[in-house]
Design a protein around this ligand. Sequence first.
Ligand code: PMP
Length: 397
Amino acid sequence: MNQRELFLRHVGQTSDAPLAIEMVKARGCKMWDAAGKEYIDLIGGISVCNIGHCHPNVVEAVSSQASQYMHLMVYGELIESPQVTYAQKLAGLLPSGLDSVYFTSSGTEATEGAMKLAKRLTGRTQIAAFHESYHGSTQGALSVMGSEYWRNAFRPLLPGIMHLQHNLPEDLKRIDETVACVIAEPIQAERGVVVPDRNWMQALRDRCTETGTMLILDEIQTGFGRTGSLFAFEQFGIVPDILLLGKALGGGMPLGAFVSSKEKMDAFTNNPVLGHITTFGGHPVCCAAGEAALDVLLKENLINDVDRKASLFQKTLVHPLINSFRSAGLLMAIEFPSWEINKAVIDECIRRGVFTDWFLFASNCMRLAPPLTIAEKEIEKAVGIILSACDAISHKD
Ligand code: PMP
């Protein structure tokens, strides 16, 4: 069997049509397949590789930490300095109510831990989430996912979940004193990058404060400069009670976190003790990689260039096949008339050396979330390829 056949035979599959391209190397904004073909990566591992692939500082941090120690003990017992310095750095960059970081191995586990913390803090059981939101795929996170299509086959799920409409002021009234937490993405990524009104976000914050409900903001996809500020919530002038981090948090290594105040987080230390447990959460090599990536993001002022680069995409991505372009910094969606057209353009882009993808709840939209380090020349080249792919698909009709 060749590598493709072995992949399909022995690696558990969830897609009915995986891309099945064997990549052998990635650097910066580029990836190379086994045949030596070069791709411009316009999705950065789905908003993970914010400073590009294999940044030398991250590679160095990984190898130096791996040679010091890797896994030592389950989470929260020993002092592991990569966790301590990274948590301290994050706390220093966040508002004062967000100063205690619980590290997990993935974004989904951050969702799970945060929902448990909210229940423990409020003594309530109801949870509110939003239609067309994504917070992970385990049974708790799946329960709050905003799509019956993905939930239905896995019932029974968590009871007491209600789904509200994002950006709809009337629905905020449904948040009352029975609700432990509201979990929301500040920008609905998988819906094809939908940005709510600033007023609505502030009203959501106010409603949670009035009812004693914990506001959990999921910045797993929008964090670390992707939308033009370190975290998207800063643009709305609000602070969540619990913040979810993942993806770019680990600089390319698996890492998630939920962040709250020390006072709130301490609820996990009693009744029951060890209120949330993980073996690998906050793995020292992942924390070292994440901190190195964050240092690069900040030292190179990459966030300052996000809006300029996004507008370069926006200005040049004009084609009769493109219905609209939505963006929150370098989290961007190109809307096509249908899934079929989107998929055909995506496949054509990949054939022509631009790596891109679609969104879970917006299958007619092409995802663009390149490393923030992408150069203007790479943007121009990538846009040229997308437009030529659009031409090729238009002419097929
Ligand atoms: N929340 C959001 C907004 C996400 O985009 C994702 C991943 N796509 C998750 C949660 C889950 O993160 P992970 O896949 O690391 O478990």
